[in-house]
Design a protein around this ligand. Structure first.
Ligand SMILES: *[C@@H]1O[C@H](CO)[C@@H](O)[C@H](O)[C@H]1NC(C)=O
Ligand SMILES: *[C@@H]1O[C@H](CO)[C@@H](O)[C@H](O)[C@H]1NC(C)=O
Ligand SMILES: *[C@@H]1O[C@H](CO)[C@@H](O)[C@H](O)[C@H]1NC(C)=O
Length: 309
């Protein structure tokens, strides 16, 4: 007697409660995801997952179209242009050559969060990659003029010194700040091709493997480490020579651990590692200035041996 009304009322009652729970969960999801409750680690950075497209699994690479607004791209160029001009003049006065044999482009680093626009871009990168902002290096902006290129290389390191600060570079986000009329593609020559419809406008250098044409505002994310943290030899990549036009790009390398944690002692001029004099003698101050010298905001480990204090 008691059981029958209950049995009758059972299924609809349960359905009603499930629906209610569902609505509650959706409501919570919306509020948390909005990031507007003051508890999130980063200010709300809006990224749209559907703007990101997987272009390769070997290596893991993704393209996000119009990741940067035109204003953001132009802003990074103007910050870098001013810095490149400043360092060219300084080099001229000191008689130092600015030309490197390895890389034919010119580049400069923008201090992390140096203004709200740079900081906002870094927030978006963190949200897109699911990798914390503190693991990122300073953004490097590069300019490639006609004929300039970046030879095939890996972003991960094979030496110990370069990985002390933050460990390996697990991921790279390469943002294109200009359209390039011809050439300047990013190419992964060892990538496993899965798309045989090749873009007919790619330059010769970009024919092998998988290539991405630079388009203002687009961002390319690729991983230098496999999911099991071993280095991915298929992540070899190059910047094809610019054939027509000028190419500007901005790179954010992201480490496996914090890049910001630098332990240094007050204002005194010290080395932070007993091997500093040896490393300095081996030319590491020049080869590896980020670690050895650092910046004013993020001093390196061997400032004394590098004679910068
Ligand atoms: C470097 O200095 C020389 C002579 O002082 C000058 O002609 C040249 O334009 C300078 N170059 C740059 C990049 O400032
Ligand atoms: C720097 O060194 C001097 C002399 O050894 C010491 O008196 C001073 O407290 C040190 N300053 C800092 C910030 O460590
Ligand atoms: C100095 O660097 C070496 C090599 O990376 C490391 O093993 C050692 O722990 C460092 N020493 C200090 C005091 O940080």
């Amino acid at each position: 007697m008691k059981g029958s009304p209950l049995a009758w009322a059972g299924p609809p009652a349960r359905l009603c409660c499930l629906l209610l729970l569902f609505v509650v969960l959706i409501g919570r999801g919306g509020a948390d995801g909005g990031g507007g409750r003051g508890t999130s680690v980063y200010p709300a950075a809006v990224v749209y997952p559907h703007h990101s497209r997987q272009i390769s699994w070997k290596p893991r690479a993704f393209l996000y179209q119009r990741f940067l607004t035109d204003d953001e791209a132009n802003h990074l160029i103007s910050l870098a242009r001013a810095e490149l001009k400043r360092s060219a003049v300084a080099d001229n006065m000191s008689g130092k050559s600015t030309l490197s044999d390895v890389r034919t482009s010119s580049g400069t680093f923008l201090r992390k969060g140096q203004d709200p626009i740079v900081g906002g871009i870094e927030d978006k990168i963190a949200a897109w990659t699911f990798l914390p902002k503190e693991n990122g290096e300073d953004i490097q902006v590069r300019r490639y003029m006609h004929g300039e290129k970046y030879m095939p290389h890996y972003d991960y390191f094979t030496d110990k010194v370069n990985t002390i600060r933050g460990g390996h570079r697990t991921a790279t986000v390469l943002m294109y700040l200009t359209d390039v009329a011809e050439g300047g593609e990013t190419v992964f020559p060892l990538a496993e091709e899965f798309d045989d419809t090749k873009d007919a406008t790619l330059s010769e250098c970009a024919q092998k493997g998988i290539a991405v044409k630079p388009r203002k505002g687009d961002a390319l994310l690729f991983f230098n480490l496999n999911p099991d943290s071993t280095t991915d030899s298929l992540s070899l990549h190059a910047g094809c020579p610019v054939i027509k036009g000028e190419k500007w790009s901005a790179t954010k390398w992201i480490r496996v651990a914090s890049f910001d944690k630098v332990y240094h002692s007050g204002g005194n001029c010290t080395d932070e590692n007993e091997s500093c004099p040896k490393w300095a003698a081996l030319g590491e101050c020049k080869k590896n200035p980020d670690y050895m010298v650092g910046t004013e905001a993020l001093p390196g480990y061997c400032r004394r041996s590098c004679n910068v204090c």
